[in-house]
Design a protein around this ligand. Structure first.
Ligand SMILES: C[S@@+](CC[C@H](N)C(=O)[O-])C[C@H]1O[C@@H](n2cnc3c(N)ncnc32)[C@H](O)[C@@H]1O
Length: 226
């Protein structure tokens, strides 16, 4: 598996990841982690957790990786792993690992895959989760207001009604049971501390939709693989 180590990419042996997993009391996987600052803050606040950030735009994670590779007393986070991957092609080493999967302010393929309930993206999210794991997706709703960015024109707006009527069924098909969808503001998400939510929140009190789901046990024959 390819991880960001300082300013470059390196291979992380499966046994090293296994050792980090063995020592951790909880595993969080932050998909589309961006600059990975939110993942870093989680890892720093919970040294006994393993926090894994995934993003195909690996250069954006490099400054956080440099910071995390220092000694713990100087801000280092040995419990933070930053993986260069897309969720639809997530490395097998990350399968069946997470107690909690986060998707904060997704964009691009990740946002499209979630909004349409595309099998490759949603099954990728399920593949990293253990049965019973929770999924939290948070998307700012202002992206659907004029002027709507070209990239997301035609994308169905994530509303609670759309989640209930359309998305819940598509998520259920790959092993996610939707438990809740609600509108929240930045003030309701202090624990998530997403860089993007904060950036948006500084300009406008951004309203976001929060979709929560639980990973169901897959029966033999069912498969969360893409
Ligand atoms: C708007 S940024 C949000 C970053 C971060 N979650 C935050 O809240 O600060 C969206 C991120 O999703 C990532 N992304 C897009 N498609 C992806 C995919 N298929 N798999 C994983 N990450 C993806 C992008 O590279 C980008 O870094």
């Amino acid at each position: 598996m390819q991880v960001v180590q300082g300013k470059r990419l390196a291979e992380l042996p499966a046994w090293t990841l296994g050792e980090l997993r063995r020592r951790a009391v909880r595993v969080i996987v932050d998909v589309g982690t961006g600059d990975a600052r939110a993942a870093y803050r989680l890892a720093k606040a919970h040294p006994d957790w393993l926090v894994i950030g995934i993003d195909p735009a690996w250069q954006r994670m490099a400054p956080t990786s440099v910071r995390g590779s220092r000694k713990p007393a100087r801000g280092g986070t040995p419990n933070l792993v930053l993986v260069n991957a897309s969720i639809e092609a997530v490395p097998a080493d990350l399968h069946n690992l997470a107690d909690e999967v986060l998707v904060l302010m997704p964009w691009g393929k990740l946002l499209r895959g979630i909004a349409h309930g595309e099998r490759d993206v949603c099954a990728g999210l399920r593949a990293v989760a253990t049965p019973g794991a929770s999924l939290h997706v948070i998307v700012g709703t202002s992206i659907w207001r004029d002027p709507v960015p070209l990239e997301i024109r035609g994308l169905p707006e994530l509303t609670s009604c759309y989640v209930d009527r359309v998305l819940a069924g598509r998520l259920a098909a790959v092993g996610w049971q939707v438990t809740m969808s609600e509108l929240i503001t930045g003030a309701d998400t202090p624990g998530l501390s997403s860089s993007w939510a904060r950036r948006l929140g500084s300009a406008t009190p951004e309203t976001m939709i929060h979709i929560a789901a639980v990973a169901t046990t897959l029966r033999p024959g069912e498969c969360a693989d893409r």
